[in-house]
Structures are given as structure tokens and as C-alpha cells.
Design a binder for this molecule. Structure first.
Ligand code: DOR
Length: 434
């Protein structure tokens, strides 16, 4: 029996309406009680005076790269980066080498997570074999072996007939299909958002329509089938109308937005910086404002990082050749806290909700994401006043390709607790082996 008492912190649990300085009691890896007095035998004590104490963050969009691209990230390093960012659960995207499209691949990820991970890893399966877009995977088999959802992320599912069948399986097995919405033909050869900045830089653009056309199609297919479509990394204002329409008519559609799309614009590529080359590409200031408004009004359901590690060798190429992607686990909370909460655009409670209970609900991980009685004791302790600079040596991720390098941020994750155990404390990993 492992017991832990966290005293004197500001306990913020949006899904239970708790925001007060109080005590959290943990027994045998689960939340026993928040507040009041409670007898917990032989408990370890943590003094959280001056710290925010909230449910551990949940990222439903993390590229861990293992198997196959261990030069970029592994389950070992990626989950350490997650813990350093206050994340206690990550959903692993299957665009690995090989792609996770069979029970063998899924079993590998789960076994590696068991031995190497310091936070919870929930794998997705691919929608199509090899993510080639041609042949649908064995949905039932993969659900049986632990797939939390299905995605060809990195690539869109271009074939509408395949997406229709995938959504029929989604309805049958009650798991989401998560789509990287991009019309591959419209986007072909594009490097950044198509607009004034791409014209100025002389770089081929990707039109907003490449995203919104697929969002509309997916919404229609979800309406037809009753399946659950989740729109990944929404980035353009044109996509929001289709999402609003679908939600208003009762379609099972959810959506996420990343910290980089909420806080940066295509001007970040003005010096041809490959670190700001992400897919979908950063939009205009108008897109950014529309995404924030959509998150605030519930059109977009949650925040997800799209943590996408790449090596220096790959990112140090000309912008036309460098891969798309930015790491994001370790900067997600401080970026959003500094740029959106401290500037008065959203409340701290709202931000924590969108990084905890809101994503948990989409992939059926609840009661994770809350401090409810009996929930797994996954928590993060944050010093909201501590300021730091994002330097290359700040990261526990194996990669350094952050579009926030050089920023000064506030909101430092001090301690991360997973399953009632302290796994990370003040830049140190405390449980090298799970
Ligand atoms: O920027 C991105 N990088 N977007 C994606 O959809 C895929 C990801 C990757 O795998 O690197």
C-alpha cells in the first residue's frame, strides 16, 4: 500500500469545482479524499505550499516515435518529457516505423511502455494498413488489444469510403477515429500556410481549404454513420464553421487545438525557421484569434500538443526539405499560462480543464483528468510564479525542435505524480524504471 499526503497546495480540480488551499490524500495509487481530515497509514508527506496542485495533464496527440525512429524519441525519453511537462497520460500516435496497424505492434508499444515509461501510455492503432490509405485495419482485434482510437495522423484518410467504414466501426466499438484533416492534392508540395507571408517568402503555400474541405467531409460521414470523428490540430478559421454546424446538429464530433496554433502565426516562418514548420501550418493572426474564440465557446473541445520530435540533422535542412513538426510536451502548459492566462484571455481553471478532463472524455480515459474519489492519483504540482527560459538544454525530450526556443515563460512544473508515485521532481526523474 503506497500512501501520500499533499498539503497546503492550491488544489484546482475543474471537473469537481474545487479551487482551494487544502490537502489531497492518496492511498494505493488512487485519490482517497480531497480536503478535510483523513487517516492514511504510513504516508509520505509533500509540502505543496505556494504550488498549484491539479490533475495530471492528458495529451491525446503525442508522437513517441518508437518503434523505428528512436533517433528522434523513444517511449523512455518521450514519457520523461511528458512528466517534465506535467503530463501523466499520453496517447501514442501510430505513425512509427513500422506503423502500428496490428496486434503485434500494439503489444510491442504496450510492453515497452510497461518497462520504460514513467507516465501512462495509451496507444492508437492506424486506420489503414501501413497508413497507406488503402486497406482498413482489423478494428475489433486492435480494440481488444488496447487501441484507444484510430488515426492515420501524419497523413489524411483521403478515401471517403474507407473513412465511412472506419466510422461505422467507431460506432460499433465506441472508439474515436482521429483525423489529420488535409486534402493531400490541395496541400501537395506546400511548406506553409498559403497567404501574404508565403507569397513574400516565395514558398509554396497550403490553402486553408485543404483542411476545411476534409473537416466538412468527415462531419458528413460521422453524421451518416453515427461514428465519433475527432478533428486533430484544427488550425484554420474556415474549419470552424463546419465543426459548429456538425455539433449543432448532434453529430459525434470533437476537436483539438495545439499550443502553437493558439499562440503563433505564419510570421514565425519569416526567417525561414524550420522549427516553425508544422503541419497543419501556422495560420494568420485572424486564424489564431478564431481558434481561441472557438476553444472558449466550446467549438473546440480540448488542447493537444502534437509533440513531434525530429533530429537536428533533419531540421537543419532548407525549409523545403525539413520535416513538419515541433516538440510540445514540455512547453504546453507554460506557453498557454504565460500567453493566454497571464494576459487575461482565459482563466487558469479553464486551461487546466482543457488539458485534463476535456481530453480524457474524448478517448474515454475518465475518471483520469480529475481528482475524484477512486480516480488514479495522477497529478502535477506547478510553481506559477517561477520564470524560466526555453533553452536547448531545458528539454528531457531526445529532440530539441521546439518552436518556442528562446521564449521566457512562467509556470514551472515542479513535481509530477503518476499512480500515486512521484515520477518527476525539480528536473529529476525519480523512477527510472516503471
Ligand atoms: O507537424 C506535424 N508533424 N504534423 C503531423 O501531422 C505529423 C507530425 C510528425 O509526425 O512529425
Amino acid at each position: 500500500m503506497r500512501s501520500l499526503i499533499i498539503r497546503n497546495g492550491r488544489v484546482l480540480d475543474p471537473s469537481n469545482g474545487i479551487d482551494e488551499i487544502t490537502t489531497v490524500y492518496i492511498e494505493d495509487g488512487v485519490i482517497k479524499q480531497v480536503g478535510g481530515q483523513c487517516a492514511v497509514a504510513g504516508a509520505e508527506d509533500i509540502d505543496a505550499t505556494g504550488l498549484l496542485v491539479c490533475p495530471g495533464f492528458i495529451d491525446i496527440h503525442t508522437h513517441l516515435r518508437e518503434p523505428g525512429r528512436e533517433d528522434k524519441e523513444t517511449i523512455h525519453t518521450g514519457t520523461r518529457a511528458a512528466a517534465a511537462g506535467g503530463f501523466t497520460s499520453v496517447c501514442a500516435i501510430p505513425n512509427t516505423e513500422p506503423v502500428i496497424d496490428s496486434q503485434t505492434g500494439l503489444k510491442f508499444v504496450l510492453a515497452r511502455a510497461e518497462s520504460d515509461a514513467i507516465v501512462n501510455v495509451f496507444p492508437y492503432g492506424a486506420v489503414t494498413k501501413g497508413q497507406a490509405g488503402e486497406e482498413i485495419v482489423e478494428f475489433g482485434d486492435l480494440v481488444y488489444y488496447g487501441a484507444r482510437g484510430f488515426t492515420d495522423d501524419g497523413h489524411p484518410v483521403m478515401n471517403a469510403e474507407i473513412m465511412r467504414r472506419a466510422l461505422e466501426y467507431s460506432a460499433m466499438f465506441n472508439v474515436p477515429v482521429l483525423d489529420h484533416c488535409e486534402d493531400a492534392n490541395l496541400a501537395s508540395g506546400g511548406v506553409m500556410h498559403e497567404g501574404d507571408v508565403s507569397n513574400r517568402l516565395g514558398l509554396k503555400g497550403i490553402p486553408a481549404l485543404a483542411e476545411s474541405i476534409q473537416v466538412s467531409r468527415d462531419a458528413d460521414l460521422a453524421a451518416l454513420t453515427g461514428g465519433h470523428i475527432h478533428i486533430m490540430h484544427v488550425s484554420k478559421k474556415e474549419s470552424l464553421e463546419a465543426i459548429r454546424r456538425a455539433k449543432a446538429s448532434g453529430v459525434r464530433l470533437t476537436a483539438e487545438v495545439t499550443p502553437h496554433h493558439l499562440t503563433l502565426t505564419d510570421e514565425a516562418l519569416a526567417d525561414y525557421s524550420t522549427y516553425a514548420k508544422v503541419n497543419p501550418p501556422l495560420g494568420t493572426a485572424e486564424d489564431r484569434a478564431a481558434l481561441l474564440a472557438a476553444l472558449l465557446d466550446g467549438t473546440i473541445d480540448c488542447i493537444a500538443t502534437d509533440h513531434a520530435p525530429h533530429t537536428d540533422i533533419e531540421k537543419d535542412q532548407p525549409i523545403t526539405d525539413a520535416p513538419f513538426g515541433s516538440i510540445g510536451l514540455e512547453t504546453a502548459f507554460p506557453v498557454l499560462y504565460t500567453k493566454l492566462v497571464l494576459t487575461g484571455r482565459m482563466s487558469l481553471e479553464f486551461l487546466v480543464h482543457k488539458m485534463t478532463a476535456a481530453p480524457a472524455a474524448i478517448v474515454h480515459l475518465d475518471p483520469r483528468g480529475s481528482l475524484s474519489h477512486g480516480a488514479p492519483a495522477d497529478m502535477t504540482l506547478i510553481d506559477l510564479n517561477k520564470e524560466f527560459e526555453v533553452t536547448p538544454d531545458f528539454f528531457l525530450s531526445k529532440s530539441r525542435n521546439s518552436c518556442f526556443l528562446g521564449e521566457r515563460l512562467r509556470g514551472s512544473v515542479e513535481t509530477t505524480i503518476c499512480g500515486g508515485r512521484v515520477v518527476y521532481h525539480q528536473r529529476k526523474v525519480l523512477r527510472p524504471q516503471a
